[in-house]
Write a protein that binds this ligand. Sequence first.
Ligand code: NAP
Length: 306
Amino acid sequence: MDVQYDVVIIGSGPAGLTAAIYATRANLSTVIIEGDTPGGKLTKTYEIENYPGIDKISGVDLAMQMMEHGQKFGAAMEFAPVTAVEDQGEVKLVHLADGRTITGRTVIVATGTKERELQVDRAQEFTGRGVSYCAVCDGSFYKGKKVAVIGGGNSALEESLYLTQLVELVNIIIRRDVFRADATVVDKVKANPKINIITKHLPESLVIEDGKIRGLVIKDVETGELTTVDCEGVFPYMGADPATGFVKDLGILDKNGYIIVNKDMETSIPGIYGAGDVTVKDLRQVVTATNDGAIAANSASRYLNK
Ligand code: NAP
């Protein structure tokens, strides 16, 4: 069989794009396959200020610079969701939703995570019309208005701080009485007069009037009492799950669906690697994703040269 590529990279976030830089600079024929937003989650992030050498940069700008850099040394780009990866030993088949199959000698899975969706009645119907998973994209629709952010991790808190530049008030709703975010960002949130923190509550339902969101009903996790929070926008930032459905049959996932890799980013299948947020790891950051991408490409190169 004619194999199209030495390296097939699935996902174009920081991990995938770094893998592309390293693979193409090692003269490996490389394709990046992206099924969603090029640049990954970075494009939905307001600001990055912990990437060494770059004091402060918007997520979109860093993603665009990485996209350009990732393709600079000749990586091809394909746009289609991947439906399955098939291991045939020395050849890997990557099946796409549009019916095509791409063949490679190695595969690097760098698909990251997908945000958890708000599970209340009509949330899906109102996504993009009051429910938003991207403060940077949609925040300006709520200028001078009140919004609710659900969740207390780094994403929820950092995006809440961003929203305070636009809106009148951000209500942060968390289900426990502690945050899951870094201390510095928690301190900034607590000190911000435009943020109201509501602890020990879960979202219950949307208040909809004349086809628009006018509030969020929340439930006290201890007493079950219901309260309505006045808001016109709801931003769920409740964490994320790994985007690994298309490799679920390969036996390379842990019980939560993350890819199990060793220090060389190798899975238990020779020639298949994981990189970035999609892998089992403690610290999910841009800088650790780029680290993984470099290692995965280097391991693929070593495997191909054997
Ligand atoms: P996360 O850290 O998993 O936080 C999720 C938050 O949502 C938690 O407060 C969690 O509450 C809450 N939550 C989960 N399920 C919920 C539900 N069904 N209903 C209500 N609340 C719910 O997720 P994340 O903020 O998206 O961050 C993901 C990873 O990226 C983390 O490792 C994070 O550190 C990293 N990250 C880093 C940065 C940075 O360093 N600048 C920025 C963004 C993200 P509980 O705490 O009660 O579980």
